[in-house]
Write a protein that binds this ligand. Sequence first.
Ligand code: ADP
Ligand code: MG
Length: 282
Amino acid sequence: EKQQQQQQKGMRLGKYELGRTLGEGNFGKVKFAKNTESGADFAVKILDKKHILDLNITNQIKREIGTLKLLRHPNVVRLHEVLASKTKIYMVLELVIGGELFERIDFKGRLSEIEGRKLFQQLIDAVGYCHEKGVYHRDLKPENVLLDAKGNIKISDFGLSALPQHVRGDGLLHTTCGSPHYVAPEVLANRGYDGSTSDLWSCGVILYVILTGYLPFDDKNLAVLYHKIFRGDAPLPKWLSSGAQNLIRRILDPNPKTRITIVGIKEDEWFKQDYTPTNVED
Ligand code: ADP
Ligand code: MG
């Protein structure tokens, strides 16, 4: 095993030297990587193609990954390049070292409205930016929200849900066993939906979890859970400020047609406090 470890440690990927495993998802692994020319550190997400019949990356997938490479926002994990071998796809990502937002909430129980608002503002900035570029996340949940060394948000996996499942490598597991707690009612109903309003719903669930430390909709029984999501009446604890309660209620509106939009959120009194919109270059 030691020999295997050593082999893995010295594994090369073009100009990158791959190092230790940073995390594991249901698709494969994320490994530390060093660019041996510049010395810069990255994270490489390794997607296994071994279950795919067609091992060629189609032009459509190449185009979609091309779009993801254009996303440049301080609160979105940057995709630097994509490399491919016969059996694997390697996504060279910005290295994020502060852990998952989930761990931060878990550690503190819940976050204060001041800290929580700052993170939520970053989340909405990033989601708004990607939507403007026509990219929807479709799988926003605290596990996909990482924190950098300064404690700022970095959304990972943006746009990946739009890619065919065999490229993401997460297969059926993702769609059938993935956490439904963050999914908008119109997505559950499978009635055809708009990526922007359903991403916002997920942001509302995340805001709820940040501020309370627990899920707005939960039940062991999936049918009961779905029913709660369809009704959209999350219990709002009295100790939450009325401003926060009001915003959560307007985001967790089961009707996507009347649900608050990004523009509306940015005009909300609770949201606007201590808000400095992020500057993006392009
Ligand atoms: P999945 O969505 O399939 O669970 P993720 O893309 O979330 O996989 O990655 C799994 C884990 O790898 C994450 O929980 C995180 O710990 C780590 N990870 C993912 N992306 C990065 C990154 N850019 N920098 C550092 N660690 C990462
Ligand atoms: Mg993920």
